[in-house]
Write a protein that binds this ligand. Structure first.
Ligand SMILES: [Zn+2]
Length: 247
């Protein structure tokens, strides 16, 4: 792992297991965000841990694109400024959906289950999983399901919506979503490069290569991101800033 990225992580955040390392590589850019509060662990275990975190951060409620949204205050201030600049140029910045900003742990569990349940049914009917194993996975908590599912995917038993790739390219595992930290926003106009440029000038960047509408508040100018241990990846004409770590 790059010492620079690791040295910028908040105290207590360590990628102790292979799963945590993988999640950090996939969704971890948020952990080096500046001027905001980030979680003390890579994955929230349950509703209680999420509630505890959300209770100790500064949250602003405001309208983005005419819809009520909640974000950490610094992230909201920057997004409101970006929205004004966009409007001056005849563009708009608006949420993709009602859950574009804040999410609860339960929301992330529902999204996860919407991939896991049909995939378990499918692989059971294909006889790649026997009934007993499928039942055992169904009985686990979402937190416990994550390593088991990632292990099955090593053998080509995939859980993304189209069953041809890893579930983590389809949904964030429960407790790992940046939306739980109120530092992410899913934007309807993500395909517009001028909108993306305005967002970047207001410290909102793309950080998850598999999630095109998803932007993350990082709190610094783009030219400072390498100093936080992030590296840029060009994909489909877009710039993504991701943790500079090896997995
Ligand atoms: Zn998102």
């Amino acid at each position: 792992m790059s010492d620079l990225f690791i040295s910028n992580l908040p105290p207590g955040v360590t990628a102790a297991t292979p799963v945590e390392k993988r999640l950090l590589a996939e969704y971890g850019a948020m952990f080096v965000a500046q001027g905001v509060t980030v979680p003390n662990n890579i994955v929230f275990r349950d509703e209680e841990e999420v509630s505890e975190f959300q209770a100790r951060i500064h949250i602003s409620h405001d309208k983005i694109g005419g819809a009520d949204m909640e974000l950490q205050s610094a992230a909201m201030d920057a997004l409101l400024k970006a929205e004004i600049v966009a409007e001056q140029k005849g563009l708009s910045i608006s949420p993709r959906d009602s859950d574009s900003a804040r999410r609860s742990y339960r929301d992330t569990v529902e999204l996860w289950a919407s991939r896991v349940e049909p995939a378990l049914d499918h692989w059971e009917s294909e006889q790649r999983l026997d009934r007993k194993d499928a039942e055992r996975i169904r009985s686990l908590s979402p937190y416990e399901q994550v390593p088991v599912i990632l292990q099955l995917e090593e053998d080509g038993i995939y859980f993304a919506k189209d069953l041809s790739k890893s579930i983590i390219y389809s949904v964030a595992p429960p407790g790992a979503s940046q939306h739980l930290s109120l530092l992410a926003f899913d934007i309807k106009e993500h395909a517009n490069e001028n909108v993306r440029a305005i967002l970047a000038r207001h410290f909102w960047f793309q950080t998850v290569v598999s999630d095109l509408p998803h932007f993350t508040y990082l709190g610094v100018e783009e030219n400072e991101l390498p100093n936080l241990g992030l590296k840029n990846i060009e994909n489909g004409g877009r710039t993504f800033w991701i943790p500079d770590i090896q997995i």
